[in-house]
Design a protein around this ligand. Structure first.
Ligand code: SAH
Length: 363
């Protein structure tokens, strides 16, 4: 397929990894491979978004490339700052299309949480994003541009993220192709140069995609386990009917884990639903033989979803018991709850949309 000369079908540059760009310019312009390296350096390392200024490319190549590519917009529509320093960005993608990215403030580091879809089709009953349904997958560019927006804005705060998690809106492994391409750009030494161990992609447990991810993507994986029996898991996470616990855990046992890297097991604690004493006994047994670290997430309240948050002491008790069972355990205390930026709270609605003219609407 050739895109040359088509003024009306320009490609968004941020959709392509360096590898894909090299193939594109070789096929369409007969350009050498290193040209893709140079272009990447200009854009991602020097921030020069004008092909005509790329002096180490031939004049013809500069012209041809300018005809083929444009750069997707890199601005946010609305930024909210939590009392705890966490920042939430609302980014407009199209008519009635928005996503959110969250810069999470932690004591010694900052985590950037990006979205992979508009809405989500997985239907988890405790998650606000699920109530939107799935609108569509994000393109690679739309993922990369969340990162560019946040990097650009970070200069106003004199900070920067230390790691990136695909834990915003959407199910990343339901959009594996674009997520994989985005990870390739983020880890590329000619682009963002982020260490693969600093990137974590979280999934509800789509078994075939987990296998593919293990074979093709260089980043950590996190699994939203959230229950210890199929009965409860199927009730709160419909995906469990297709990929029940045994299948999921078997896949994790086979998952290629670099010795220093562990699979993260996320466990949202829903009081009285999945956090009983029996669950606490079963969890270490289920995880036996898999290299994991457990991340307990006390439920972040979504008013009308019908779940409750466990007591703080009870969450500590869970950690203690799991640690005594030999597991590596952390607790993810919520960040940015006051601006609905915490896990499972991302969903835009008409009330938090700015009105025409750019002034935020009163909620
Ligand atoms: N779809 C992927 C990526 C989203 S990650 C996944 O589910 O893994 C979002 C994390 O927040 C998941 O671990 C999810 O289980 C958790 N979560 C969802 N709703 C939550 C809520 N109300 N309180 C706390 N955690 C929640």
């Amino acid at each position: 397929m050739s895109y040359i000369g088509s003024q009306f079908q320009k490609l968004d540059f941020f959709n392509l990894s360096r590898q894909s760009l090299a193939v594109f310019i070789a096929e369409n312009y007969d350009a050498p491979r290193y040209a893709a390296d140079n272009i990447f350096k200009w854009i991602y390392r020097k921030g020069i978004y004008d092909f005509s200024l790329m002096t180490d490319l031939s004049q013809t190549l500069r012209e041809k490339i300018s005809e083929s590519f444009y750069f997707g917009q890199r601005e946010y529509l609305k930024r909210e700052i939590s009392a705890d320093g966490t920042r939430k960005y609302l980014i407009k993608l199209g008519e009635e299309e928005y996503v959110e990215a969250v810069m999470i403030k932690q004591p010694a580091r900052m985590t950037l949480c990006v979205s992979s879809q508009i809405g989500c089709g997985m239907g988890c009953s405790f998650c606000r994003t699920a109530t939107m349904g799935l609108k569509r997958n994000l393109t690679t560019s739309e993922i990369i541009r969340q990162v560019l927006v946040v990097i650009d804005d970070a200069k106003h705060f004199n900070d920067m993220f230390t790691n990136i998690v695909f834990m915003g809106m959407g199910e990343p492994l339901h959009n594996l192709r674009n997520v994989a391409e985005a990870v390739a750009i983020l880890t590329d030494n000619f682009a963002f140069s982020i260490a693969p161990r600093k990137i974590t992609v979280s999934t509800v447990g789509l078994v075939p995609a987990i296998k593919k991810f293990g074979e093709t993507v260089n980043a950590n994986i996190a699994i939203s386990l959230n229950a210890t029996t199929d009965e409860i898991r199927s009730k709160i996470m419909p995906v469990n009917k297709s990929f029940p616990l045994e299948k999921l855990l078997h896949t994790l046992r086979e998952f290629p884990v670099n010795k220093r890297r562990k699979i993260t097991i996320e466990y949202v604690m829903l009081s009285g639903v999945n956090d009983t004493e029996d669950d606490l006994k079963r969890l270490p047994k289920l995880l036996h033989g898999i290299q994991v670290k457990v991340n307990l997430i006390p439920y972040n309240d979504n008013a009308d979803l019908g779940f409750a948050t466990p007591e703080r002491e009870y969450v500590h008790y869970w950690r203690e018991v799991l640690v005594n069972a030999g597991l590596d355990v952390t607790i993810r205390w919520s960040k940015g709850r006051d601006i609905s930026a915490a896990c499972g709270q991302l969903a835009y609605n008409r009330l938090n949309m700015p009105v025409k003219g750019g002034m935020p609407a009163e909620a």
